[in-house]
Design a protein around this ligand. Sequence first.
Ligand code: ZN
Length: 151
Amino acid sequence: MQDLTDLYQSVILDHNRRPRNYSVLPTANRVGSGNNPMCGDQITVYVKLEGDRIADVSFQGSGCAISKASASLMTVNLKGKTIPEAEAIYADLHKMVTTGKVEDDNMSDLAALAGVYQFPARIKCATLGWHAALNAAKGDEKPATTELPGD
Ligand code: ZN
C-alpha cells in the first residue's frame, strides 16, 4: 500500500506552494470554471485566445494540493499552444494519470503527476484545471464539473 505522501513529489509541492500564473488575467477573452465536489476543488481559468492559440492563461481557485499544482502546471504547459496541441497534451496527461504510463518524453514536469493513477479519487483533482481551460478555449460556457459523464 503506497502512502499518499509519495504522491507529493517536489514538483507538486513547489507548484502548490508557489502556483504559476495564479492571478486574474486582465486580457482574458475566455473564462472557464471547474468544480470537483468530491474533493472541494474549485478553479477558475482565464484564457487569452488569439485565433486558436492560447496566447496566455492563468487561474485562481481553492482546493487540494493536486488540483492546484496540476492547474499551475497546466498554465505553464498550455501557454502558447494551439487548441489541438493543448488537447494532445491533455490526452497524454489523462492517459498518464489513469494508467501511470508516461508515454511522451516531452511530458517533463507533468510526469510528476504520474503517481496520481494509484489514487483514483485524485484523478479528477489532477484533470480539473485542464478541463476548465480546454472548455474555456473552445468557447464552452458550461462549467467543467467532475459530475458529468465522460470525465
Ligand atoms: Zn482535490
